[in-house]
Design a protein around this ligand. Sequence first.
Ligand SMILES: [Zn+2]
Length: 810
Amino acid sequence: MPKSLPARWRRRLPVPAALAAATAVVLLVSPASATAPDAAAPADSGPVAGEPANVVEVLLAGTAELDALVATGVDLDHHVERSENGVVAHAVLTPSEAARLTAAGFTLGDVLHRPEDARARVEERESTIAAHLAENREFAAAAADPTAPDVSDIKIIRADYYTSGASQVLSVEAKWAQGQTASNTLTVERDSGTGTAIGSGGTQTISRFVDAGVYLYHRGASSVTSRPDRIRITSPTGDVAEVKVQEWLPTPETSPEGPGYQKDFVTSYLTPTELYARIHQLAAEFPNLAEIVELPYKTNGYRRHAQAVLGSANASRVAVDSLAWGHQGGNDISVELVNPGVGNAALAVTVSGKTIRVALGTDGAGAVTSTAAEVVAALNAVAGSLVKAYTYRGSPGGGVVAPAARTLLTDDLSAPASVSRDPQPVYAIRIGKVRDGSRPGVLAYAQEHAREWVPPLVTVETAERLLRNYAHDGQTKQLLNNLDIWIAPSVNPDGGHYSFYDFNSQRKNMTNHCPSTGAADFLGRDSWGVDNNRNYTEYSLFDGYSGASSSCTSGTYAGPSELSEPENRNLDWLAARPNIKFSMNLHSSGNYFMWSPGAYALPDRISAPRPTLAEESAFWGASSRILTAIKQHRNMAVTPARTGPISDVLYSAAGNSGDMLWYKYGIYAWNFEVGTSFQPDWEEAHSEAMEFSNGLVELMRVARDFAKDHTRPKSTLTVAPSSTPDMVNVTFGVSEPASVFYTLDGATPTYSSTLYGSAGIREGGETLTIPAGTRINWFSVDSAGNVENNYTPDGSGKNYRKGQAVLPTS
Ligand SMILES: [Zn+2]
C-alpha cells in the first residue's frame, strides 16, 4: 500500500520575531478604536515601497475587533474564520504594518504565506514549464530525423471498442508532440475488421484535451457500425502510429452470481432517516453478520434559527434572527414595524411575550425618520433576549425603514416531525462474519452531496444483497467470511433531509458559516453550508489547491478550516480503521469511475502526486472488473474517457475525500459518479441502483482477491534499437500489476533502488535510453507484497533478475 507518501505542501510558520516586534513606529491606531468601528483610518497606513508583504493571521476576539481591523484600512484576504474562540482574519502585511497593528493592540498569529513561498511556487512553475518544453523539443527533434527507428511525433495511448446500449463505439486517445502549441485535430483511420484495409471502416477525428492551459492528449469517441481491428493516425507532420484496438469491458462468459442469487431490494427513494432505519432493520435481522456503528460525531442537526428580513431596499432592510432554534420557540416570535401616526414620535420597542413591536420615530410632519441602523440598535437593546438584529449584508443601514406588518420569524423547515431537529447521529452498518479488525476492510459511503439521491440506494441495496445471499450463495459467503465491510449510506443527513423536504438542489451540509455582514440572513438560507467533499485534509484549498472556494455561499465552499465539519470528522474516523484497504465514494452523476489524484494547483496544473505505474495498473485492472459488472445489468458502459484520475477526467476538487483516503491513509480509494442526473425518474433511478450495486459488490470481490493473492509476479526485459548512437531502449513488462525496482550500476536491487515509472498520463511504462551493454539488475513486487522469485529485497538476497542491455540477435 502507498504508505511512503509525500509530505503535505502546507507550511504553517511561526511569526518571525523581527516581524512581530514593534519597532519605533508612531502609534497610529489607538487601542480604544478596537471598539469604535468609526475611528478614522490613519492617513499614512499604506505600504512602504520595497517592503515584503506576508499573509498573516490576525487573531480577534469578535466582530467588533474585526470591524476595527477593517477600519484601519489593512489589506484583508478573503479569509475570515469564525469560531466560539473568536475570529481569525488573514491580512496582507508588510513588517511595518504588522508592527503598527501589534502596537495598536492587535494580536498576530502565524505567517501563512511569505514572498519566498510565492517564489518557490514560481520556481516550481518555471521548472515544470522548462521540463515540458525540453520534452517537446526532444520529441520534435527526434521526430524530425526520418531515419530514427524509435520515435514518431504521434503516440496512440488507448484505442477502445465497446458496446453501450444498442450502440457500438470506438474511443481513441493519442498524444502528439506539437499538441501544446498547435491546435490541429487528428484524424483516425479504421479498418472494418481483422485482415481488412486501414480506412475501410471509415475515419473519425479526435481533438485536444487541454486543462488549465496544459495539453494532456487528444481524445474522442465515435459511433461505428462494425468492430475495427486496427487504427492508424497520421500526424500533421506525416508521422504515423498504428495499433490494435482493444475491447473495453467485454462480456464475461460466466456470472459471479450463483443460482438463486437475490437482488432488487430498493423500491423507492429513501431519506436519510429511512436509510438509517433500513440498515438498523438489516442488522437486527442478521445479528451474526452485521452490526450498526454510530459514528463519533453528531451533525449540527436539521434545524435553524427563525429569521426574517424586513424591508426591500438594502440600506433600509432590517435582518432579525431568533436566539432560540426555530422549533424551540423561535418560530413563535413576531416583529412589526409601525408608523405611530403622530409627529415627533421617538423610536420605541415594546416586547409582549414573543410579540415585538417597533414604533418608528417621526419628524414634525409625522414622516418616519428611523433608519435601519437605529431600528437594529433599538431591537438589540430592548428585545436582545429574544432576537439578534443586524443591518443587511454589511450595509451601514442609513436608509429610512418602511413600516412592516407583523411578521412571524421562521426557520422555514418543512420536514415532518418524524425527522429529528436534534443534532443527528450518523450510522454505518458493519458487515462480516468476523468484525474484529483482523480481516481486510472495505468502506463504501454516499451522500456527501445532499441532492444525490441514487448513491445511498446503491449502498443499501449492496448491504442487503450481501446479507440475504450469505446463507445460500458460496461466493457471497466467501466475501463475508473474509472481509470487514463498512457501509455508510448517508454521511450528510442534514443536507439530505433539506434536499428532500425544502430545497431539492441542496449540495452542502446545513451549517451557516456566513457572517452577519455577509449572507447569514433569511434570504441567504439556501446558499449556506460546507461542501463536505472539499473539507478534507489533503491537497485542499488551505494547501493552495484548486477547485474549492473560501466563500460561505459557494457551491464548493471548503469550510473555515480542514475537517471543520462533523460529517468530515466522521469519515476521517472511518478511514482511520487500520484494516481498511479499499473504498468507494459514491456520488452522482455522469457515469464516471475515478481515483486519485483529484486536485492540482494553478497555474500550470501542478498535480497532487500521481500513483506509481504499478498502482495505476492495479487501478485500471480493478476498474475493468467493476465496470464490467456494472455493464452486465443493462449494457451501460462507463467510457474509457470517464475512467481515470479525477483531475484528468473531471476537474480539480481540492480537499476531496478520495484524496484523503489515498494520500493520508493509503487506501485504494475510488469514486463513482452514478447515473445521469441527481434525481432521475424512479425507473431510471432503480436501474442505476441495480447496476452500480453490481459494481460495488464486485469491489468486494476485488478486495477478497487482493487478500488471498499469493501469486508472485513475473517480469520481462525488452531491449530495442535507439536513434542515439551507442544507446539502446529498454522497457520492463510484468505479468500482473507490479512495481519494478532496478539498478544500472551492477548493485543489488532493493526497495531503495530506482522505481520503473510511467511514460506519461494514461500511458504505459517509460522507455529507458541507456548505453548498450549496461548490466541491469531488478525485481518486481505486486501490491499484495508478493516478490518475484521469492527474492528478499534487503540487499542480502541473490536471486534477483539479471540482464544486459544488448539487442537480441536475429
Ligand atoms: Zn457529488
